[in-house]
Design a protein around this ligand. Sequence first.
Ligand code: PLP
Length: 227
Amino acid sequence: MERTFSPNISLTLIVSLTSRIKELRRCLPPNVNLLAVSKGHDIDAIKCLANCGQVDFGESRLQEALPKISKLNDFRNLKWHFVGRLQKNKVRGVVQKFDVIQSVDSFKLAERVSRISEEENRHMEIMLQVKFLEDKNKGGFDVVDVIKYLPKFRNMPHLNVIGLMTIPPRGITSQERKHVFKECRNLSNSLSLKDCSMGMSNDWEEAVEAGATWIRIGSLLFGERSK
Ligand SMILES: *Cc1c(COP(=O)(O)O)cnc(C)c1O
């Protein structure tokens, strides 16, 4: 396994990444998984966390992710989660290289992922991205559509729906956010879906309190993004 860093990674970065991930893990209940969202950060930072035992990494742009995934090929056990808005011409690339798609946000997209997974002989774990409040900036299923379409998705043999994902709109109160997270947990429970991916750097504690099983952390782990 490739354990070497490029010469220009600083010791300070290694020390800070290592201590941040340890601290964060220490705060998480055992049933909550940490997704390290590495978009905007380079492979040395990812290697450093992989050396700390981190397995799950999230990326939101295929073009950025592909070279990273291929350079990290020696880390055999890494799992890649796609978390961004997925354009239809990117589905094949994502299906080939990622293990989980957390951001399936429409019936058409799910059908396409299913068809291409079959063609590529892959089985994809997916989460359905749900909107609990109106948000013009984000995609996502309305609650009624999740309920309507889930049985169809469950019949698609190359898809495995493992849970729901949500991103609350910006600018709402902590109270409103907690309510969104609770609604997501309740909807998952009522549909017998184990996973709820919710909570990012600024609101993960509220999400964990409401029953998240995945939190998606970027800047709190890696620092601010350059891009
Ligand atoms: C970027 C991103 C994150 C991580 O955001 P931070 O606020 O940096 O923790 C989580 N989820 C999705 C879908 C993202 O695009």
